[in-house]
Design a binder for this molecule. Structure first.
Ligand SMILES: NC(=O)c1ccc[n+]([C@@H]2O[C@H](COP(=O)([O-])OP(=O)(O)OC[C@H]3O[C@@H](n4cnc5c(N)ncnc54)[C@H](OP(=O)(O)O)[C@@H]3O)[C@@H](O)[C@H]2O)c1
Length: 428
């Protein structure tokens, strides 16, 4: 029987879930693998804070060195969150030869290179399955199972909070702010929801996923980002009438021309598998040249699913390294500047508030047509006419630059642009 000492950084939602699961799993790990897992120290900020009963408070410390400088501790589970000091502390642990397990997408996306360098310097491995998609084993699938594929497209719902908000807006006809308040009261949205609703969280996760899928580091700065705060009931209803649901999608493509990556609310065809991913669930839909279309679906957050992914990473780390101490080689993504696509093509949803006057529709149609944009569908719900007419246009796939130019050319005296959203292509 070999004893394995583990250090935990942070004991909040996820860290306490890790302690609980470690307690539950230790007997079966002992039996199956002959390893005795010992949680040795737990770093927290506030030693006086009330902890769940399954946290052994005798292990708590406010001294980071009790974890980072303890030579017995070979595995560090980082559950602090945020960019600093978690990045520095993970790097310190890696450089000291300790394997690190983390769920911290922000630190990974923003400090990918430093973490990789620290891992190489210390001959230690960084495991981060829980950083994207909670319980979904998407990192392992991209790193291992799909190695023989050239992945050219990845579209994902990877922020549970926004998916929950949009699902309730769709199912219950509620306004964004009402659902947000409710979600905050239920603990499903943060008191400051900015990182979720402005698409930042999804952007960090997309940077990690696309870097692995395309074997080319995709920095956060290369990802265009738009949140969901401007989505109204009018958009939700219009989309449904046109045969779509609105979802916050994280989108990345890799073509001969270059990469393209963005996070934005999009109309998703009701028949598309991502359209039925509801509530706090996450899913990644991807296309590889050998595997074709594939979707991975699961619980994207929460203490138990995330802690489960972290403890699975910990067990994998121990199985890969505890006996021969030769760490798993971290796939190193190409760090050269990413060639980005200069334009993208998709269908567009355009919602306008227009003067109820003759010639308005003709003006809009002429502007679109002069930019080679075809109209696929048009909605003008009479019952929703507030001041003037509400016109919603669904275009055929067109160059995004042309669509933006056509919209910029609309006569502002005649039409006000209320919302413009991209439309996800149907699965063929
Ligand atoms: N919550 C989720 O559903 C979820 C899902 C996926 C991934 N994640 C990721 O998991 C990580 C942890 O999230 P969480 O929700 O568990 O956060 P949390 O509840 O805020 O817990 C953070 C823990 O870290 C400790 N801590 C923070 N800064 C510290 C410092 N400078 N020194 C010592 N201790 C410090 C806190 O100590 P005190 O307890 O003393 O304050 C707390 O125990 C984040 O990277 C997050 O993105 C979370």
């Amino acid at each position: 029987m070999k004893t394995i000492h583990i250090g935990l950084l942070g004991c909040g939602n996820i860290g306490s879930g890790v302690t609980k699961l470690l307690g539950e799993m230790s007997a079966s790990i002992r039996e199956s693998y002959q390893y005795e897992l010992v949680l040795k120290s737990i770093l927290v900020r506030d030693l006086t804070k009330q902890r769940p009963e399954y946290v052994d408070t005798a292990l708590l410390t406010a001294d980071k060195d009790k974890v980072l400088r303890d030579p017995e501790i070979c595995y560090v589970v980082e559950c602090l969150g945020g960019e600093h000091p978690s990045t520095e502390w993970m790097c310190e642990a890696l450089r000291a030869g300790k394997h690190v397990i983390t769920a911290n997408k922000m630190a990974l996306a923003l400090h990918w290179r430093e973490l990789h360098e620290a891992s190489e310097a210390g001959h230690a491995t960084l495991y981060y399955e829980a950083a994207v998609g909670g319980a979904m084993p998407i990192i392992k699938i991209l790193n291992d199972s799909l190695q023989a594929n050239r992945i050219d497209k990845l579209t994902a719902i990877i922020n549970g909070t926004t998916n929950y908000l949009l699902t309730r807006m769709t199912d219950e006809g509620l306004d964004y702010l009402d659902v947000l308040k409710d979600a905050q009261a239920l603990g499903l949205a943060e008191p400051d929801p900015t990182a979720d609703v402005e698409g930042e969280d999804a952007m960090y996760k997309l940077s990690i996923l696309a870097s692995l899928a395309f074997h080319q580091h995709l920095p956060v700065s290369a990802i265009e980002r738009e949140g969901v705060t401007h989505i109204t009931q009018d958009d939700i209803r219009n989309a449904r009438e046109l045969g779509y649901h609105i979802k916050l999608l994280a989108h990345a493509t890799n073509t001969a021309e270059g990469m393209d990556a963005y996070v934005s609310p999009m109309l998703v065809p009701i028949m598309h598998p991502l359209s039925s991913v509801n509530g706090a669930f996450n899913a990644v839909f991807l296309h590889g040249h050998a595997c074709g279309d594939m979707m991975i679906y699961g619980r994207g957050a929460g203490s138990a699913p995330t802690a489960g992914a972290m403890v699975s990473d910990l067990i994998n780390a121990i199985l890969q390294t505890a006996d021969d101490q030769s760490p798993q080689k971290l796939a190193r993504e190409n760090e050269d500047p990413v060639p980005m696509m200069s334009d993208r093509v998709s269908a567009f949803y355009i919602r306008l508030s227009a003067q109820d006057a003759t010639g308005v529709l003709a003006h809009v149609a002429a502007s679109l047509s002069s930019h080679q944009i075809g109209v696929k569908a048009l909605l003008q719900p009479v019952e929703r006419a507030k001041e003037g007419a509400q016109i919603t246009i669904l275009t055929h796939p067109a160059s995004e630059k042309s669509v933006r130019a056509a919209i910029a050319a609309f006569d502002k005296e005649l039409v006000r642009v209320m919302n413009v959203l991209r439309v996800e292509a149907p699965v063929v």
